[in-house]
Design a protein around this ligand. Sequence first.
Ligand SMILES: [Fe+2]
Ligand SMILES: [Fe+2]
Length: 154
Amino acid sequence: MPESKMTRKRLIDNLNDDLSREYQAIIAYVAYSQALKGAQYMNIATELEAHAKQELQHALIIAKQIDYLGGSPSVTPKPVKAPGKNEAMLRADLDNENETVRNYRARVRECEALGEYAIAEDIREILRQEQEHQIDLATALGEEVPDVSKSGRD
Ligand SMILES: [Fe+2]
Ligand SMILES: [Fe+2]
């Protein structure tokens, strides 16, 4: 949506969507870090445990921003795929991180359009960590980090 149409209400709704994605990430990283099997996956399993903790910190920051803006924080995660084959779990995580990065890039612009510069700064810091998560997952899958900047959605 064009930033000129941004309102505080829309920003709260979008941040609640972000919060639901953070819950999704926490659940997926908790479950998948333990469900990965095989010696060659133990390094990435340890990284996923570290991601889970970072996603919890993100959720707390986003919930605080929603409350600051006068909204009520979501308690509902986006859907999480049940644990399966190693590669399928890493693929699901990477897909979710791509969606998260797309959204936080848009959110920085929306915050700035509303003059909410401090929130934009917090989200930039979260975004930096989400991009590291993308790199960790793409590397584990033996791929380049996908370019999500030309999706047309942000
Ligand atoms: Fe996150
Ligand atoms: Fe992440």
